[in-house]
Design a protein around this ligand. Structure first.
Ligand code: F6R
Length: 265
């Protein structure tokens, strides 16, 4: 796991956008498969990607995208649906075909069948090249709440009270937040070839410390990412504040960018 502690949100957005840019360039010709998250954490990186597309010609042509999750019961056009969120915050500003941005159907008559079909669609697309993630204050990734199987697949999940309270800011009241979602599973997410997770603020500090340094356990679902060989974590100082090995992570990033002599001082 490669941990970047950045000085501000803009610096973090650039690190995340760099990972996207490398993935898009590596897949040129065949088209990258991107795994997209909603929520507030990736929005600055999405804004940076939109800027690079407009000002630097970064192209998403041929790329396809799969969302991590969708609320059960919200139609695609609902103001708080993740289908709509990703279009408003990213894909409608890029040269990526709208039909190639896929999310679970929150209104499917048979959500269990929809979940299985979603996993199959990701497989048929050749799997995800790059998955971006946020993290819940309780350590969830996608909507894999504490207690989720580390091998779980896309399925219907019940949201915890803490997640409902965290997400109530997007709705008129907490009572309006759907209590169930269709979510990629931890096993599904682990199949992505590269993962970048971004988090800011002290409310994420405990979850980030567990993610990087805690024992792998369903209690903190994000800890499963320790088993993935290509994870980049981008956090600000506040989100990094409970990491015990902070100095080592800084040193390791320095080794990558400076000459060994400069690192030895
Ligand atoms: C969003 C998602 C969630 C969020 C997490 C953090 O698609 O799957 O896991 O990434 O709840 O949300 P924010 O970024 O709003 O703090």
């Amino acid at each position: 796991m490669e941990i970047h502690i950045v000085e501000d949100v803009e610096a973090g957005a650039r690190v995340v956008a760099d990972v996207f840019e490398r993935t898009l360039r590596a897949a040129e010709g065949s088209g990258a498969v991107l795994g997209l998250a909603t929520g507030s954490s990736p929005v600055p990186a999405y804004a940076e990607l939109i800027r690079r597309h407009r000002e630097e010609g970064l192209s998403f042509a041929g790329a396809r995208a799969f969302l991590l999750d969708e609320y059960v019961g919200l139609p695609a056009g609902h103001a708080q649906s993740y289908h709509r969120f990703i279009r408003e915050n990213l894909t409608s500003h890029l040269d990526i075909a709208d039909d190639d941005v896929v999310s679970p159907d929150g209104t499917a008559a048979d959500p269990v069948a929809e979940a299985a079909a979603y996993d199959a669609r990701i497989r048929e697309a050749g799997g995800v090249d790059l998955q971006i993630l946020g993290i819940g204050s309780n350590g969830h990734i996608a909507f894999n709440e504490p207690g989720s199987s580390l091998a779980s697949r896309t399925r219907v999940v019940g949201l915890t009270r803490s997640t409902i309270e965290d997400n109530a800011r997007y709705f008129d009241t907490a009572a309006d937040v759907p209590v169930r979602a269709l979510s990629q599973g931890l096993g599904t997410i682990l199949e992505a070839r590269r993962i970048v997770l971004t988090a800011t603020g002290s409310s994420k500090a405990a979850a980030v410390a567990q993610l990087a340094e805690g024992a792998i356990s369903a209690r903190w679902p994000a800890t499963v990412l320790q088993m993935h060989p290509a994870v980049t974590v981008v956090v600000d100082e506040a989100a990094a504040s409970q990491l015990e090995l902070k100095d080592y992570y800084r040193y390791a990033r320095c080794l990558e960018s400076e000459s060994p002599v400069a690192v030895r001082g």
